[in-house]
Design a protein around this ligand. Structure first.
Ligand code: UDP
Ligand code: MG
Length: 313
């Protein structure tokens, strides 16, 4: 088998409207790079989708294209993982299929890798055409993560990066099921450098990250890379018990030193409701961690592959 310099890994989920444009642009850039490359499309959906047909057509006319079809939708992070597991290049570049990550930047990523950097990540300085809500919530999330977790994940990073073979081999050993790849890469360390870019507007197709998916992705990142939420529980518990102790003193004061009636039940009801709420929240946080432990202990494979098309072998 010939030696491959660069493996480009692309997770794809229902991108039939844009996949051909993406492929043409990617090929233009990769041919300009002067490297020997393979492109690994991971179709994160069952095989008979419209996207799969287009990907099959691309694979049929281009030997450099490998196609992995999942048995169902496992999510963006699993699709990336499968592509990384399969990649054979001396370096792996990963990017989205919707042209929001400009393929042209791959040339800069490769230049930096040639200079000796093991991980070349990208910093999204702005995203064109993104809703204010998505922009602000992403900013807040990365700010929060930089404060409460002890790994260096970078601000506003997306899964658009290059990793050298050495780092890919280590990454493949990290098999945790709640996958937050940008956190894992941050955790790994190595010699790295960031390259800024402006995220492009999605011209065709719609975002496959629904609000529910974004929230669960963020929660995953938070729980996998920070003990902070669980620490809030003990601190809040401590604060609440000290407050109730103050209340106890007040009640004792009424009993011992005054003839007055203890005020009516309203404030007590308020406090009980407040405490019940807090308790449920805290239990919920503990539950989230337990659910993660449960998922890990089931020891299922991360994804199942329906078929692989590969003419490079
Ligand atoms: N994607 C995927 N599986 C999913 C959701 C998304 O493989 O369940 C792919 C999608 O095709 C795209 C990339 O992951 O290549 C990023 O998704 P999207 O552009 O919808 O997210 P956004 O840019 O809006 O955050
Ligand atoms: Mg996108």
């Amino acid at each position: 088998m010939k030696k491959i310099d660069i493996s480009v890994v692309v997770p794809v989920y229902r991108e039939e409207e844009i996949i051909n444009d993406f492929y043409n642009e990617l090929i233009r850039v990769m041919e300009k790079s002067g490297t020997v490359f393979e492109i690994i499309f991971v179709n994160d959906d069952f095989s008979n989708s419209e996207t799969m047909k287009k990907l099959e057509a691309i694979h049929n006319k281009d030997n450099r294209v490998v196609l992995i079809g999942f048995t169902r939708n496992y999510g963006h992070q699993m699709a990336l993982t499968a592509g990384i597991d399969y990649a054979r290049g001396d370096a792996v570049v990963m990017l989205d299929a919707d042209l929001q990550h400009p393929p042209e930047l791959i040339l800069t990523l490769i230049d930096n890798w040639k200079k000796g950097y093991d991980i070349v990540y990208t910093i999204r300085e702005d995203v064109l055409g993104e809703t204010l809500f998505k922009k602000l919530s992403a900013k807040m999330f990365y700010f929060l993560m930089s404060k409460i977790s002890d790994i260096d994940m970078g601000i506003n990073c997306a899964d658009f990066r290059l990793m050298s073979r050495k780092t890919i081999d280590e990454f493949k050993k990290l098999r945790e099921k709640s996958r937050f790849i940008r956190g894992l890469v941050g955790w790994m360390g190595y010699r790295k450098i960031g390259v800024p870019y402006i995220g492009q507007q999605r011209n065709k197709g719609t975002s496959k990250y629904s609000l529910k998916k974004i929230l669960s992705f963020a929660l995953n990142g938070l729980l996998s890379f920070s003990d902070f939420p669980i620490r809030i529980i003990s601190v809040t518990g401590l604060i609440i018990s000290s407050t109730s102790f103050l209340y106890l003193i007040r009640v004792a004061y009424y009993f011992l030193f005054t003839e007055e009636e203890i005020p009516n039940l309203l404030p007590i009801t308020t406090i009980i409701l407040f405490l019940c709420g807090i308790q449920m929240l805290m239990l919920g946080i503990i539950g989230e961690y337990i659910a993660k432990i449960y998922t890990e202990t089931k020891n299922r494979p991360l994804y199942l592959i329906d078929k692989i098309y590969d003419k490079i072998n």
